[in-house]
Write a protein of this length. Structure first.
Length: 387
């Protein structure tokens, strides 16, 4: 079958499925009061439905099922089961507010299933710091920490309209290109189906009003496990080591760069909470996206800024690789770029606000006055709300 047709099947089926079920889930969430209510650390002014994870899972599932008719995707069966587990956990958390301990137990369980049944793990450093294959007693806890960290880092960036769906779409697109070059079509199909499922949420959250619905924990935990699978597949499969070595690309710095901003920002926030005597798990408004909103940047502008910062980290890795630098130097370039993009930007803005409060306030007022008005998106909003 033509490659374009093969990729259009999961994308179109996933997109249409999510777009079709979205209005019904919005009505159901409003009728049953399954909503995210405003509070001191949230940015919305009114309750917003949070059943988006169910729609995303439904879309990806149909996309994969339809593609299985023309392509063997049996290797995704275990991964699909973990996706279902994480969607169920997140949806239950959206409705019942599950304890952090229970969330952690289920996340670790899903990770162990991927390690011991799907055969995926972070078991090789591919020459970084002179380290190659890792023994199981090191790779297993390392994989658990990494996967749980990725899942929760992605969950914590879901605080601005369109940010989570845009970031997930961009990351899935990057991995889809890598898997295509590596000839791993089942993973390409999973990435493309995920993109098709996320785009309707991007449109509804960025432009919708009556149709707005958050992906919720169900969606963020689901996509967290999907992106974790992509990371483990790239690290675990020796085919990508050969592929990347042809261009002097180091695998570990690459996957680190692709998810750098949410991971580094989450670590920064948790360290800051601990240093101030608080719990690292109690939410606040100190994330990078909160800072942009505080400056007066719109939700769409904030999404653009955060995603651009992450792409700049990826660019820093690519430039280091193209310059012929070693894996160690590529990793150092990623770390420095990520620290600048997260800590540097956040604390730089805070420093300027403290040293020049009047200028900062004038800038914030100017940004508020020059925000795109809602009328500028009325046409798009009417289309999105209708469908």
């Amino acid at each position: 079958m033509n490659l374009l047709c093969l990729l259009l099947i999961p994308f179109c089926v996933s997109f249409i499925a999510v777009a079709s079920i979205h209005p019904s889930l919005v009505r159901l969430a409003k009728e049953k009061n399954i909503v995210d209510n405003p509070n001191s650390r949230k940015l919305q002014a009114a309750p917003v439905p949070v059943l988006g994870g169910i729609a995303i899972f439904f879309g990806i599932m149909l996309g994969l099922v339809c593609t299985c008719a023309v392509l063997d995707c049996s290797e995704l069966f275990v991964i699909f089961g973990c996706m279902l587990l994480m969607m169920y956990l997140g949806a239950m958390d959206d409705v019942l507010d599950i304890s952090p301990v229970m969330r952690l137990i289920v996340q670790i369980t899903a990770t162990l299933i991927l390690i011991y049944i799907a055969g995926l793990s972070l078991d090789n450093f591919h020459g970084l710091w002179g380290i190659g294959a890792l023994p199981e007693w090191i790779s297993t806890p390392l994989t658990i920490v990494a996967v749980v960290g990725i899942i929760n880092a992605l969950n914590l960036i879901d605080g601005v309209d369109g940010l989570f769906s845009t970031f997930s779409t961009v990351v899935c697109l990057i991995f889809a290109c890598v898997f295509y070059r590596g000839g791993n079509m089942p993973m390409v199909v999973l990435a493309v189906a995920s993109i098709g499922a996320m785009i309707p949420f991007l449109l509804h959250n960025a432009f919708g009003k009556a149709s707005k619905m958050f992906v919720g924990d169900g969606g963020s935990l689901l996509m967290g496990i999907v992106l974790s699978v992509f990371v483990m597949e790239v690290i675990h499969n020796p085919a990508y080591e050969t592929l990347f070595a042809q261009h002097n690309y180091a695998l570990v710095p690459f996957v680190f760069a692709v998810l750098a901003v949410p991971v580094f920002d989450t670590v920064r926030v948790m360290i800051a909470r601990i240093m101030h005597g608080g719990s690292p798990f109690v939410g606040d408004k100190t994330h990078l996206h909160h800072m942009f909103i505080w400056l007066g940047v719109s939700h769409i502008g904030t999404t653009t800024c955060v995603v651009t910062l992450n792409l700049l980290v990826v660019l820093a890795w690519w430039l280091a690789a193209c310059a012929g630098l070693s894996a160690d130097a590529q990793f150092a370039a990623v770390v420095v770029a990520a620290l600048v993009a997260t800590c540097g930007v956040y604390y730089g803005v805070r420093l300027v606000a403290r040293l020049a409060p009047e200028r900062t306030n004038r800038f914030r007022a100017w940004k508020q006055r020059h925000k795109p008005s809602r009328k500028a998106f009325d046409f798009m909003r009417r289309i999105v709300d209708k469908f």
